[in-house]
Design a binder for this molecule. Sequence first.
Ligand SMILES: [Zn+2]
Length: 634
Amino acid sequence: MGSEIQEIKNTIIQGLPKRVQVAKVEFEGPEVVIYTKNPEIITENGDLIRDLAKDIRKRIIIRSDRSVLMEPENSIKKIQEIVPEDAKITDISFDDVTCEVIIEARKPGLVIGKYGSTSREIVKNTGWAPKILRTPPITSEVIQRVRRTLRKNSKERKKILQTLGNRIHREIPGENEWTRLTALGGFREVGRSSILMQTSNSNILLDCGVNVAGTDDKSSYPYLNVPEFSLDNLDAVIISHAHLDHSGFLPYLYHYGYEGPVYCTTPTRDLMTLLQLDHIDIAHREDNPLPFNIKHVKKSIKHTITLDYGEVTDIAPDIRLTLHNAGHILGSAITHMHIGDGQHNFVYTGDFKYERSRLLEPAVAKFPRIESMVMESTYGGHEDVQPTRNEAEKELIKTIYNTLQRGGKVLVPVFAVGRAQEIMIVLEEYIRNGIIDEVPVYIDGMIWEATAIHTARPEYLSKDLRDQIFHMGKNPFMSEVFHKVNGGNERQSIVEGDPCIILSTSGMLTGGNSVDYFKWLCEDEKNSIIFVGYQSEGTLGRRLQKGWKEIPLKEEGKTNVYNVKMQIKTVHGFSGHSDRKQLMDYVRRLSPKPEKIMVCHGDNYKTLDLASSIYRTYKIETKTPMNLETIRIQ
Ligand SMILES: [Zn+2]
């Protein structure tokens, strides 16, 4: 065991008042856990732990020694006495391994209490350290599944975290001397994002995506077979956000024996689980199985360490990680890494949006320090200027209004995560304000589950939404205008019924229920289809945008031709990516300015276009690496 661990333990024990009986001090991943026989002394002296944590620069968790825990049955009674009924507790369970009581409640804030007063009462009275979770107002199967997996595997998880604690605090031969990045995927292309960051002491993988449009293994997955990459030496994987082009290949690492941690935000963990499971499911149905399965998704859940925005965490002996809001989808993060003893600071933007949306705040542009940065360039071409949100909303509402006026139905094919919820918020507001008629909005497929995950994490939403949810008690996702579609028969009655709005996956009409809706609705000129997201070349969505009027579709072995009479409309401006102007604005507003920017995640010419504009405008050195290139950044 490294002497650093011993040193930290000594500092803690010396820093606590003599009357605190410390049973043991353990490392669980990046955190330090103190087990004590009198937790009330520590919890009542909040400053004590805050000062200690500052001293050792780690997060400290206090738990009771097993000997002072109250019987579960009595503890439940006690907790119900202490917590106000308004908190609406839905479940209480006990974790013997960590000596925690897991309390799930509709209003977790009331279980915590003012400045943590209620939760301190629970510790004082029962000994159990409360772990408080929000019960989402819309039931999410994925969240239930993730929580169940963690609860059932608590013992294994503790072992994983202890092993990791030792690895993070291992002794290293000397100061960090250099840092280099190797582009493993997602450079001069969109898809399969992955970057290997190596210092003289550690190895970190940033994102591990798939290219869902890839035609074979060579174009679908990142280049993990390079000599630099080794699963055994990998200290950590960081996932910027849940989209499959950033997270889809993660289960593969666990299939091939990776035993280390994944760092991401809680919504990213839940949303990527949803998307990964769906990906496996679709591949299976299309008889095109992936090189991993559900087991490996589960394994990755057990190894995931979730971080909030702004929380500083040691992930290797020489690297501190902080995640910041990226404004792209729920839980999306910009990764900041502090390398060595302040020698270098690196930022990876991932996908980001530098504009306030209905759903999220704009991406963070202020950091303590940055020397080098990797940024995306999806809309990096000089012509990639999008309308503002406001203009986009007006355009969307106008089309919907006209369609409903003439007695038609509106189909919005949409990606399940992000755009769907953004559109839902817009629709709810315009219907509530009476600008469009109060027609039912049908939510089909995975969108409902993704929305449920959004309702579990209101603290990650925009300030406006949080105000609505927390202060006015109005959660727009819970509005009565939204109806979940439960299966095939219901779809039939929806398309035969009165005017309505339908949100359905897939977003590019490449499969899923949106294609069925399209078939039912396309031959009636009263109806409309509205595209709010990017349509790739070769997809049905793109063909409709190009004005195809006769669409041949294969059904049960034969080809039927559909005559498209419905209105086809594309509304730009709802993208979760920054447009060209926002990308340039972001660099202008970055504080402090990096010395070097590497551009990724864009078509070849957009990457080059953005990089040269940044250089010409701001005189910052830029680089546009290709996949497989390595660049030294320190
Ligand atoms: Zn994305």
